[in-house]
Design a protein around this ligand. Structure first.
Ligand code: SF4
Length: 315
């Protein structure tokens, strides 16, 4: 697989672009995720023409449509930022991004819970950074996160799963459009989709089964939208345990009663959150290989992202 292209707030890469001339290097993003990712850095404040260092700014006014204003001299940077951002997102269409990692708490780059100050100088944490707003409106289905939220193992796992899936989907898009390619992709991702949303799993199954009734372009577009929507929903121990039981159904006749008992216990312990997902997954993987389960062998769910990222090791 080629590297995944991700947009990122430039200061997270260790570049000295912050208002105070500093950076916010995040080692997980550069050293760990960075092995699989090619970053496209974006610093809204520098790219819209402001200097380093510069006056700090914040959002103020209506949290639904705030103004971007400097703290000391009260210069309103809103128009400057908005007109630059609208052009920048059009340029970013050419970059083939599979997602974006924003800098948390920034009035320009933060994606949620950004402080917006009222006329009395009191903040409410209800805003979205000015560039992040325009980016997310322009690319509503692209996976986005901020570096703060990525410290949460569940959110990190979900984000990484989505960017790897989108990358694999883009590889399908790069090939000639064909119903066969779409069916192959769907078949490999069935268990992964089920682990996020049984409802979307059903809808996508029906969509792919009636492939002959829909023009190919429309079918691809519909499939992509539902796929991204499904993966936005978080997988849970209950949903994963359901998938593991479903997979076990493919080889349960071949298991000895001891093996069956052990697997059922491990799945139950995982469902109760005593042990991490990697434990039942390893056992299922072992049986899939041992009993040569060709359908399960192709399931991305058993190996959705590199083990080195250690994403399924948390409880
Ligand atoms: S938070 Fe955004 S605007 Fe601020 S320095 Fe980082 S990339 Fe630039």
């Amino acid at each position: 697989m080629d590297k995944i292209r991700l947009g990122i707030s430039t200061c997270l890469l260790g570049e000295n672009v912050r208002y105070d001339g500093g950076h916010k290097l995040d080692r997980f993003l550069t050293d760990t995720l960075g092995q699989y990712v090619e970053y496209v850095p974006v610093c809204p404040e520098v790219e819209c023409g402001l200097s380093v260092p510069r006056e700090a700014m914040h959002l103020e006014g209506d949290p639904e449509s705030p103004r971007l204003v400097t703290l000391r001299t009260k210069q309103d940077m809103t128009e400057r930022m908005v007109s630059w951002a609208k052009k920048r997102v059009v340029d970013l269409e050419k970059e083939g991004l599979c997602g974006f990692i924003f800098k948390s708490d920034s009035p320009s780059s933060g994606m949620e819970r950004i402080r917006v100050y009222n006329e009395k100088g009191m903040p409410v944490k209800k805003g979205v950074g000015m560039f992040a707003t325009i980016f997310m409106d322009h690319f509503p289905l692209l996976p986005v996160e901020d570096e703060g939220r990525l410290h949460d193992p569940k959110l990190r796992e979900n984000f990484v799963e989505r960017i790897f899936t989108l990358k694999r989907w883009r590889e399908v898009l790069a090939k000639k459009e064909s119903r066969g390619n779409l069916v192959d992709f769907h078949t490999q991702h069935k268990m992964l989709i089920l682990s996020h949303s049984p409802k979307h799993y059903q809808i996508m199954g029906k969509l792919v089964a009636q492939v002959k009734g829909i023009p190919l372009k429309e079918l691809y577009q519909k499939y992509q939208n539902i796929l991204m929507e499904a993966l936005q929903l978080k997988s849970t121990p209950k949903k994963n345990a359901n998938v593991l039981m479903h997979m076990m159904g493919y080889f349960k006749e071949q298991l000895s009663s001891d093996e069956k008992q052990e697997l059922l216990e491990v799945i139950d312990h995982y469902r109760r959150e005593y042990i991490p997902l990697i434990v039942p997954i390893t056992l299922v993987n072992h049986s899939v290989r041992k009993y040569d389960q060709s359908y399960l062998k192709q399931q991305v769910y058993l190996n959705p992202h590199p083990l080195e990222l250690q994403l399924r090791n948390h409880v």
